[in-house]
Design a protein around this ligand. Sequence first.
Ligand code: M6R
Length: 606
Amino acid sequence: MCGISGCIIKRGNVANILYSSLKRLEYRGYDSAGVSTIYQGQLLVKKDAGKIDEIHSRLNLLDLPGNIGIAHTRWATHGAPSQVNAHPHLDCTGSIAVVHNGVLENFLELKQELEARKHTFRSKTDTEVIVHLIEEYIKIGKKLTEAVLETTRKLRGSYAIAVIYAGEPDKIVVARNESPLVIGLAKDMNLVASDVAALIEYTNRVVFLENGDMATVTADTFQIIRIDTGIPVERKITELNWTLEMATKGGYPHFMLKEIFDQPNVLREALRIQEKYLDLLTEFLDRGRDVFLIASGTSYNACIVGSYMFSKLARLSAYPVVASEFIENYGSSIGVDTVILALSQSGETADVLTSLDYARYRAATIIGITNVLGSTLTRIARAYVLQNAGPEIGVAATKTFTSQLMVLALLALRLARKRGKVSQYEIDEFQDELRSIPQLVEKTLEISNEPIKKLSREAARFSSMFFLGRGISYATALEARLKVMELSYIPSIAYPAGESKHGPISVIEEGYPVFFIAPNDETRKYLIGNIMEMKARGARIYCVGSEGDEEVKQLSDWFLGLPTTHSLLSPVVYIIPFQLLAYYTSIERGYDPDKPRNLAKSVTVL
Ligand code: M6R
């Protein structure tokens, strides 16, 4: 996730407007930034790696004349955070500039074609292909709008782009597919941006572009066309009454809620992760004699899900281990045949890094999954995959958890193909289900939000609660418990449902709340037995199960039915209502879900 903005004004300079819009977008990414304006027929550019203020103190971003410009704040996905990889990117002639938010799936083939036609690439980004393609159309006499239209038709993947051209200094051309884009209408000035936060200081009159829209924006006009047909379309002008704070959170009251609702898009981005990185990790995983998945907190819960996926789909035994226990437990037995897949959203968790240092010293192979390019994990690992989830501001991990699960699922799929131990039918079925996950999560958010909000009024009064699941849903139970406990401060217990009768069941008394994660999979018939055991002792039963499962519904005091999916993917869907429960219960109890007490986003102490 990156932030883009642009501005065109009748008179005066846009540099200060672009600078302030960049600051507002900084929460979308902050590893590098840049601005480009057009002045006296020349394209001017300032860009660098680092936070916006650091770059400004080095380069003075306000010292850029021109009444038209575009800007970008980056969260790296292709290419390390560096000056050359920072946006805007320029064509070979230095007269066209583009900023982009999204991930292009076909950039490698486009890049090869463009290089064969003698284009010089300066960066390692996927974005740069866009500007060279536009250059080709301009060269054959197309106007900027037409050149961008032809270019977007060649792109596969997600994008929101803004383009300026020194040869037509009266317009910004923008286009979107999946990544958000909004036009802001002000007096003698129009703006474009990834979100309203960047515009709200200047106007509350906005036009939200839809997927497949493209627009040509001048200082006093805008025209929207559809990319596929080229036909003009009308989009309504919305007058917002948002405060700046609301705008930064996309209209949601907290970052956490925004991040929960961002998940369908984040999961779509995860499905675009480049195959070559996944293949590299798969190679290493397949070679290991001992394979460990290590992490802390939510990332550890993702490791448990990963171990079920690897085992069931690829017949690979991979042991999930809490990072802070790894050296004590396995330190003396690891060696050159050990492969460690470390999961860390931040890539900076001290417990994880310490274990990895130790493992490196014992010649083990380290690979990683992280959300932060340039983090220590990316430097330690032999190979890594980036989640592409964008910055997560809420302290509680939500979108980065489900995106970790998607990456693990993609790896499991590749491992399954490589190891060839399950049938082609099973592999194809899993792949199809994986592609439908973003949509299922969207539907789950819709189904869950209101009932969970209502339930949270009851949950806020609980003094303790139980979370139970079997098989892969045990990991969902652990993550549900972690979310609810860390945000509502209600002491809670999570167990494999089958294990609960070996001790924890003694805490049950009349009315004690027990939440079951109950998808209709191979564990269901045993789980029903566990529900009966709890019911018999007076527990109040809350079940999140499969839509239409009347038997489980009958056994429950409260039931929420979710869309059916592949059993190995169910945690991605089933965690959603619990993220919402954690959020709303925290609010009901009067706490700030974005900043739970005693916690930090990244725990860099042992
Ligand atoms: O950045 P990491 O994924 O390594 O962070 C691990 C944990 O600190 C993190 O998941 C923590 O448990 C969060 N509070 C979970 O919401």
